[in-house]
Design a protein around this ligand. Structure first.
Ligand SMILES: Cc1cc2nc3c(=O)[nH]c(=O)nc-3n(C[C@H](O)[C@H](O)[C@H](O)COP(=O)(O)OP(=O)(O)OC[C@H]3O[C@@H](n4cnc5c(N)ncnc54)[C@H](O)[C@@H]3O)c2cc1C
Length: 450
């Protein structure tokens, strides 16, 4: 093995190829566009942004801001290109989308050790004896999707997302929400937010009024798969939700001794019990509207949302049962996965996972063990989440402080995030030095020696 194959010239694939090249590894980067397009891409450029032009917050007060800082320290191409195409957007990092993808394309094409192959990959068998990174993204071509299904089976591969919002446990008002399972079955695993008739009606009114993300042609089929958004249920009848995900049957509010008119149930979402998801609450309300409407639910008035709801076409594998936090396939460590395909969500998160896959494929090529950042860092906590073997129900995830290993003390809010960020910075430094992670060209100590 003398080179690494990278499938997909998107955010993750380009970052992986770049990291390999920085380490002196020859790369074949396969991109199927323009010969075969996707439902959302519009050009033949590498690293095309299919929707928003924002890489979200640049402030370390948000986990995605800290993740950017970690990527910067690891020599990320995607962040360099984003900075060079930056447009004013307050505390967010937003880019001129054409300028951004043109810059990534230029950098990749100018790199002598990367060969860009404009070809659709339909079989992974041809790479059986070689190192390969699969980063074909949420809109993986149908032929490659079939290949992944053949390899992993239907139960380990998803075709779309129906994402419910997630809140931090300590932001739920426990004076309102009560613990119970319907009819007492399953102990008191759920937190229940009770609604009176008036509260329910007001919630439904606002849900119906709220602005929604338009449904794209290729997403229409989703409603037939039993994953209807809450606003669509409300549209079909004002009481539909009260007989569906918000049904109060089998529940008594201990504060009133009565059955509420409706409830929103929250289920624990991580092992540490720091996160709770709203059960059956997939929605296509825009993000600002979700932040306005969901706090109308009693008990969630001050909720901190670490992920908002959505519903869209998304191919991803069941990483908890397939991948190590190093992004290598447990049963075949020469095959790595990266990008949205592994169940991270977002441009920055996709690129960050590509970065680590590139670092690790280069290490494997040289006979070294693959590594993962500690779970006290933004990247390490995200990868610990997607590869957590104990996780059955799996939905893609953004970077979030809610995923970080807990910190001692009773800090909250901004102070807690600042402490988590400071700890992450220190632990990332120790990891970089301890594992020798930086590429020679990005390592200031080696630059000083040469
Ligand atoms: C419609 C849509 C809108 C989104 N909007 C946002 C947003 O606004 N903000 C955000 O942060 N995230 C958004 N995402 C999520 C995600 O962050 C992006 O999709 C991101 O581009 C994922 O990076 P990636 O590298 O995994 O995949 P991509 O960037 O999609 O790269 C994958 C590449 O692989 C190529 N490819 C696919 N199959 C093959 C094959 N068989 N052979 C060769 N090449 C192949 C594709 O052409 C593509 O270039 C959106 C996702 C979708 C589907």
């Amino acid at each position: 093995m003398t080179r690494v194959h990278v499938i997909g010239g998107g955010l993750a694939g380009c970052e992986a190829a770049w990291q390999l090249a920085r380490r002196g590894v020859a790369v074949r980067l396969y991109e199927m566009r323009p010969a075969r397009g996707t439902e959302a891409h519009r050009s033949d450029r590498l690293a095309e942004l299919v929707c928003s032009n924002s890489f979200r917050s640049a402030s370390p007060d948000a986990a995605v801001g800290l993740l950017k800082e970690e990527m910067r320290r690891l020599g990320s191409l995607i962040l360099q290109a984003a900075e060079s195409a930056r447009v004013p957007a307050g505390t967010a990092l937003a880019v001129d989308r054409d300028g951004f993808s043109a810059e990534v394309t230029r950098s990749i094409e100018a790199e002598p050790s990367i060969e860009v192959v404009r070809e659709e990959v339909t079989s992974l068998e041809r790479f059986a004896d070689e190192l390969v990174i699969v980063a074909s993204g949420p809109l993986t071509s149908p032929a490659l999707y079939d290949e992944l299904r053949r390899l992993f089976g239907r139960d380990h591969l998803y075709f779309y997302d129906a994402i419910s919002p997630i809140v931090t446990a300590d932001s739920i008002d426990r004076a309102v929400a009560f613990r119970a399972s319907r009819y007492g079955k399953g102990g008191d695993d759920y937190l229940n937010c009770p609604l009176s008739r008036d509260e329910y009606r007001r919630f439904v009114d606002e849900l119906l009024r709220a602005e929604k993300v338009p449904t794209r042609e290729f997403e229409r089929c989703l409603y037939f798969e039993g994953c209807m958004p809450i606003e669509e249920m409300a549209r079909r009848g004002r009481e539909t939700l009260a007989f569906g995900p918000m049904r109060p049957v089998g529940l008594v509010d201990p504060h009133t001794g009565e059955r509420p008119y409706a409830v929103v149930q929250l289920r624990q979402d991580d092992r540490a019990g720091t996160l709770y998801s709203l059960v059956g609450f997939q929605t296509k309300m825009t993000y600002p509207e979700q932040r306005r409407v969901l706090p109308l639910i009693p008990g969630l008035a001050a909720a901190e949302f670490v992920r908002l709801g959505s519903l869209h076409r998304n191919t991803f594998i069941h990483s908890p049962s397939l991948l190590e936090p190093t992004l290598e396939l447990r049963r075949q460590p020469t095959m790595f996965f990266a990008g949205q395909l592994v169940g991270v969500e977002g441009y920055v998160e996709s690129a960050a996972s590509g970065l680590l896959a590139g670092v690790n494929a280069a290490r494997r090529l040289r006979g070294r063990a693959a590594v993962a950042p500690p779970p006290t860092t933004a990247l390490g906590s995200l990868l610990a989440y997607v590869s957590d073997r104990a996780r059955g129900d799996f939905q893609p995830m953004n970077a979030s402080y809610g995923l970080f290993a807990p910190i001692a003390g009773r800090l909250r809010g901004k102070d807690k995030r600042a402490a988590l960020g400071a700890r992450a910075a220190g632990e990332l430094s120790a990891w970089i030095v301890g594992e020798g992670v930086l590429a020679p060209s990005a390592d200031p100590r080696r630059q000083a020696q040469s």
